[in-house]
Design a protein around this ligand. Sequence first.
Ligand code: HEC
Length: 166
Amino acid sequence: MIRHTLSALLLSAAALGALAAPAMADDAVARGKYLVTVISCGDCHTPGHLLGKPDMARMLGGSEVGFEIPGLGVFHGPNLTPDKDTGLGNWTEDQIVTAIRTGKRPDGRMLAPVMPWMSFASLSDDDAHAIARYLKSLPPVPNKVPGPFSAAEKPTAFVLRVAAPQ
Ligand code: HEC
């Protein structure tokens, strides 16, 4: 009898554990969605946003408007969806966290400072991973952004430029 009660208890503990794991993953995705929304990553990473008409069907699918950094070049907010060819589909969660907090891409290139990674360096481990997990949960959007362009190259798409006083 005691043995039966014990195994029933163990079984229900296992069942609870099985329930808790996906629930925790869902919590992280929800937290990531919240952070991405309030930090407004879409301003620079969602098509149309900088043209006044964000295309929410392709949310975080990459911007057609590049930021010109004088002397450095023109940089478009890339596709953050898990599309394998044009987005972050081949990046691990850790690689995404590293890029967000240190500006370092898996190929070693440092991201231009218009991507606010110096501020994002203060994100906690939990929050940075929640953001990466949320990005990985998005529907993949096939969209390769132009560039990056060096200061010597001619950009092929819209450019957000700082104009000197006339
Ligand atoms: C002010 C504009 C801006 C904001 C806000 C912004 N980003 Fe970026 N981000 C960029 C630009 C521009 C690049 C590309 C820089 C480069 O190529 O050197 C970039 C690059 C990245 C990359 C590297 C992707 C790749 O393919 O190289 C990741 C990951 C990323 N951003 C995630 C985020 C997340 C997550 C947020 C919000 C928490 C965010 N960004 C907010 C502008 C922004």
